[in-house]
Design a protein around this ligand. Structure first.
Ligand SMILES: Cc1ncc(COP(=O)(O)O)c(C=O)c1O
Length: 310
């Protein structure tokens, strides 16, 4: 199972964390600027939809793998977020994930799903790739997995676990209290599919509301993307999302920014939020959209041709 190579394929707009190894497989330019680090052994390939609908980016990757002179060294693994959180809430399709998984299988490449942001039910089921029916070789989990206590997990197929007991040690490894909390979390929330059903119900509330905002304010030229309880409202007008996030914060609603130009408002409500509170938060977001629109001349943001004032 050892691949004899340390090359990794990561995707455009990927975000995998702030340790040195994680930064090297992160595409997001804000984080890549943080430090001058070694970025050896990583090749970036286009994520699903990177070229719009015209190019299937799994076929694109296949071309590189098939051509022994493409310049792409044989990869040990491909690492993917099924929904890119920091990268702008980019949602990969079921077909794309299946094709990627098949491609990895065909070329004997490990598939790593980074489920740190979108695992633990964030997209509905416990793992974000379940809906595609694929089984990655390695899965990373963190964030709410410890029920609020610090815990990260790397799951791997048994045949990949070549470490001997205690071989990969560290002072802060294995936080016992967090293990207990995580066990309680599994027992309380994941014995049935009730949480998934609740998340899916709330997902429709968020989607409908954001689509209403998109349709009611066409000048935003907004796009709504997401799954489960991670949604993005992509507004291609410089500064709009920052101003909206500030306005929302002043009204006690925290909404994150993501995307290459901070052009995506990222909504990540608590998975157990009450419906009433969720609706109240969305009302506040819409009020903020109106207020920010009243205050601004929208500057259309294009990456290639400069600014267009609308
Ligand atoms: C997809 C993804 N991977 C990795 C990380 C980093 O996780 P950690 O802070 O546990 O290193 C994050 C954090 O937001 C993330 O969203």
């Amino acid at each position: 199972m050892i691949k004899g190579t340390s090359n990794i394929i990561a995707f455009t707009n990927a975000f995998h964390g702030l340790t040195m190894g994680s930064l090297s497989i992160t595409g997001n330019d804000f984080y890549r600027d943080e430090s001058f680090i070694s970025r050896n052994n990583v090749a970036f390939m286009p994520y699903d939809g990177y070229f719009g609908d015209t190019i299937n980016t799994v076929d694109y990757l296949r071309k590189f793998l098939e051509d022994s002179s493409s310049g792409l060294d044989d990869p040990a693994a491909v690492i993917v977020e099924t929904v890119q959180g920091e990268g702008g809430v980019n949602v990969s399709s079921i077909n794309w994930l299946r094709q990627l998984s098949e491609l990895c299988h065909e070329f004997d490449i490990l598939l790593i799903a980074d489920d740190i942001q979108v695992g633990n039910g964030r997209t509905g089921p416990f793992f974000s790739f379940e809906h595609a029916g694929i089984t990655p070789d390695i899965v990373t989990l963190s964030k709410s997995i410890g029920g609020g206590l610090p815990l990260s997990l790397v799951l791997m197929k048994p045949e990949l676990d070549i470490w001997k007991p205690g071989e990969h040690t560290g002072t802060f490894r294995g936080n016992n209290l967090a293990f207990v909390a995580a066990t309680q979390l599994f027992n309380n929330y994941w014995k049935t599919d009730e949480l998934t059903r609740e998340i899916n119900k709330k997902s429709s509330i968020v989607r409908r509301r954001l689509e209403t905002i998109r349709d009611r304010y066409p000048q935003l030229e907004a796009d709504v993307r997401g799954r489960g309880l991670i949604y993005g409202l992509d507004v291609p007008h410089r500064g709009f999302c920052e101003n909206l996030a500030k306005a929302a914060f002043d009204r006690n609603v925290i909404v994150e920014l993501s995307g290459a130009e901070n052009n995506v408002l990222k909504f990540l409500p608590s998975l157990i939020i009450e419906e009433e509170l969720l609706r109240e938060g969305l009302d506040i977001i819409e009020e903020c959209v109106e207020d920010v629109l009243d205050d601004e001349v929208l500057i259309h943001q294009t990456r290639t041709s400069g600014d267009v004032v609308l």
